[in-house]
Design a protein around this ligand. Structure first.
Ligand code: AMP
Length: 439
């Protein structure tokens, strides 16, 4: 047995779990795993500050698998296998990914798990639930759809996880979460993971957690040191040419490009096509099939550029992505941290470039304030910005905060939530995507 395998075993994980980790190629726990796993195993509540890319998912799934497999199968009053761990995530994408991790790490254990999210037919989910599951990963809306229809018994839940809790609050899920909490037993273990720690998250954590242990792997809103960040000042109408220039001169093969709006994403894709660059967009107005197709092509390397809005990219697990380009800076500074978290993940380095025009100086200042550092700027020869250019206001749309997004409408047919909402979607509205994981 190698010493690295002992690392995971020394944290208190069983041989079956360690075997699955070894097969996956994990040689040692990441810092969040080393800190979180013993806390969860001890039964304490946990407040964890960890971004996507830190290995946080295994930080809670591994000890949950360990704890549940230590005890005998529990049954609900109706005689079914009871739901013992409930993991809530803000997006379908993340839910699917987390459940994949549960399956992967738990492959040698006799535990059952499933994922439920909206935007897909509810019937297969109903059928699976009938059989009983021990670990349920869900987005709040579809979970409540099932509750409403009397198909979910949450009375035996022992462990609750809120993953990306900051996002859930941003997306207006607070009321749904409170409803879900009211359905859980009072005595349970609570784990809250959040990339950022706003006052709102802190006060929410205070109401939810019982004397939590706090673990933190990066300072608040810090960006990874593995990501090289640069600002490329450029005129607003030269951004497209600069992007094409960068892609072509460096021969980039896998580039994730962010725009603020869905319309901007579509327009950029068309322009890149004119420049003979293979690009596709993913955003909330794209059909499920189109999103799945784009993600699949990006994964297999046949799609050079994936253009995404913040919402669509949320939760994408794209490992070792070499380049992220902010074609437009986000107006919500936390989104910058999330965007560049797509690169330089789990030990591999990456590059995040931001094409910034005069209109976006305020956004840049907000980002630099949040990450507590100023970003190096580099002017690319041939793309020098006009020093006399005057800023023009940018329409950023309404803030989505505290407005329930949503697809929770028990009277509505389940498949309708994949269609574009009747309400106008803004750059801030949070749409989700259902097809999981690029690796
Ligand atoms: P997460 O932050 O949970 O989204 O994980 C980020 C990435 O790190 C995922 O692709 C995981 O598969 C990977 N990962 C998680 N734990 C480890 C580990 N101990 N060693 C290597 N990679 C890991």
């Amino acid at each position: 047995m190698s010493s690295s395998v002992l690392d995971f075993a020394a944290l208190g994980l069983s041989a079956q779990i360690v075997r699955a980790l070894t097969a996956r190629g994990y040689t040692s726990p990441t810092p969040i795993q080393a800190q979180a796993i013993p806390v969860v195993l001890s039964g304490r509540d946990l407040l964890a500050a960890a971004q996507t890319g830190t290995g946080k998912t295994a930080g809670f799934t591994l000890p949950i698998l360990q704890k549940l497999s230590d005890k005998v199968v529990k049954r609900s009053p109706a005689g079914k296998i009871a739901i013992r761990a409930l993991i809530l995530t803000p997006t379908r994408e993340l839910a699917a990914q987390v459940e994949e991790s549960v399956q992967m790490y738990g492959r040698h254990l006799p535990l059952t798990s499933m994922v439920i999210f909206g935007g897909v037919n509810i019937n297969p989910q109903i059928n699976r639930l009938r059989g009983g599951v021990e670990i349920l990963v869900a987005t709040p809306g579809r979970l409540l759809d099932h509750v409403q229809q009397g198909r979910l018994d949450l009375s035996q839940v022992e462990i609750l996880v809120l993953d990306e809790a900051d996002r859930m609050l941003d997306m207006g899920f607070i009321r749904d979460i409170r409803r879900i909490l009211s359905l859980l037993p009072k005595s349970r273990q609570n784990l809250l993971f959040s990339a950022t720690f706003s006052d709102e998250i802190k006060s929410f954590a205070n109401t939810l957690l019982n004397q939590p242990v706090m673990v933190q792997v990066a300072s608040q809103n810090a960006t990874s040191d593995l990501v090289t960040q640069r600002v490329l000042p450029v005129d607003r109408d030269r951004k497209r040419d600069l992007l094409t220039h960068l892609i072509k001169t460096h021969n980039w093969y896998q580039v994730l490009v962010f725009t603020r709006t869905k319309h901007g994403a579509d327009r950029l894709v068309k322009q890149l096509h004119q420049d003979d660059i293979v690009a596709m967009a993913i955003h909330g107005n794209k059909s499920q099939a189109a999103r799945t197709r784009a993600l699949g092509k990006f994964k297999d390397g046949s799609l050079q550029v994936l253009v995404a809005t913040d919402i669509a990219a949320r939760g994408l697990d794209i490992s070792e992505l070499p380049h992220v380009v902010n074609y437009e800076l986000p107006n919500v500074p936390e989104d910058y941290v999330h965007r560049i978290g797509r690169t330089g993940r789990a030990g591999s380095s990456g590059e995040a470039l931001s094409l910034v025009c005069v209109d976006e100086r305020k956004f840049l200042a907000d980002i630099e304030k949040l990450i507590k550092r100023s970003l190096p700027q580099e002017i690319i020869a041939g793309f020098e910005p006009d020093p006399r250019a005057k800023p023009e206001p940018i329409q950023v749309g309404r803030q989505q905060k505290h407005q329930p997004r949503r697809d929770y409408n028990p009277s509505r047919s389940s498949s309708s939530s994949s269609k574009p909402s009747a309400k106008p979607q803004t750059s801030q509205s949070r749409k989700t995507i259902a097809k999981p994981t690029i690796k």
